[in-house]
Ligand binder design. Structure first.
Ligand code: ATP
Ligand code: MG
Length: 286
């Protein structure tokens, strides 16, 4: 099997052949700062300061300040157009802020990193629409997701290591798809596809997970399971969840941030922000 010309070009001068223990994080020079060694000395995994994003003069984000703690499960709420998805676009490098600072851990400047580097450094994102490979089995989807995050050398090996297989088995249990492991993903329910996609993130062991409207279109039972799942992931991972479903937010969040017109309007427990007059006015009272 060949890696693409681009990947070879990028990685060849930096990676030593036969050194298959190293991850692609080493290859892009992030080394000790990334992955398990991410420097989070002050307990903050994500720092956003004075972030602004303009689209043709319209400020989708406006001097936004946000701090996410290590292992925290943070919910972001706010009316349509508040800037929630744009916020995730900034964190993942899809959209560049016109000004402001974005740090992952203490030392990684997200503004200086590509989307691929950000993903490899440990930020995983789930979009609203599931993007699983329908013709492939559940297992194959997880296998593929796992390989893309590992070093090129690891991807070149045809077989999964015992450790990789164990991780897939563990994730299958976490997302409750062990019994469907050989099913084509296209035959799963909408909710199961969503869980599979979360599993595809988990096999990459991200430190920070960004989830945009994860329970949209789910049944009540699936929503309940998602709440349980996210609560079990917190601690091991940090999670940022954007959701309009207040029942769901109330079930999972210790801490809620309300966005409005691209800025943080209020922060606190769901009860606190729901009691805030400004929040009632712009959002909950609508
Ligand atoms: N690429 C773009 N070009 C121009 N305007 C954009 C672009 N992306 C987002 N916007 C605008 O920025 C604002 C914030 O959009 P964003 O999608 O971040 O809101 P949101 O809080 O995720 O809303 P929703 O709850 O509806 O998903 C909106 O007014 C939107 O129209
Ligand atoms: Mg959105």
């Amino acid at each position: 099997m060949r890696v693409t010309a681009t990947a070879e070009f990028m990685l060849e001068p930096i990676l030593e052949p036969n050194k298959d223990q190293g991850s692609s994080r080493d290859a892009i020079g992030l080394g000790q700062a990334a992955g398990k060694g991410l420097n989070t000395r002050h307990g903050t995994i994500l720092t956003l300061e004075d972030i602004s994003v303009s689209f043709d003069g319209f400020k989708a984000l406006n001097d936004l300040n946000l701090y996410i703690g290590v292992g925290e499960l943070r919910c972001i709420i706010g009316p349509n157009g508040a800037g929630k998805t744009t916020l995730m676009d900034v964190i993942t490098g899809k959209t560049r802020p016109s000004h402001g600072k974005a740090w992952f851990g203490e030392t990684l400047d997200l503004a200086a990193m590509s989307e691929v580097q950000i993903a490899q450094a440990g930020i995983g994102r789930k979009f609203q629409k599931p993007t699983v490979f329908e013709a492939l089995s559940v297992f194959e989807n997880l296998e593929l997701a796992q390989k893309t995050d590992k070093s090129v050398w690891a991807s070149l090996r045809a077989r999964l290591s015992g450790e990789q297989r164990d991780r897939i088995d563990e994730v299958l249990q976490t997302i409750r798809l062990t019994a469907s492991v050989q099913r084509p993903a296209g035959l799963l329910s909408h909710g199961q596809k969503q869980f599979l996609e979360i599993g595809m993130l988990l096999v990459q062991d991200p430190q920070l997970l960004l989830l945009d409207e994860p329970v949209a279109g789910m049944t009540d039972a699936e929503t309940e399971f998602t709440a349980e799942l996210f609560k079990s992931l917190a601690g091991k991972h940090s999670l940022m969840v954007v959701e309009h479903d207040m029942g769901f937010v109330g079930a999972i969040a210790d801490h809620v941030t309300v966005l409005h017109q691209g800025s943080v309007l209020a922060e606190g427990s769901l009860e606190q922000v729901q009691a805030d007059e400004r929040v009632i006015e712009v959002y909950l009272g609508r």
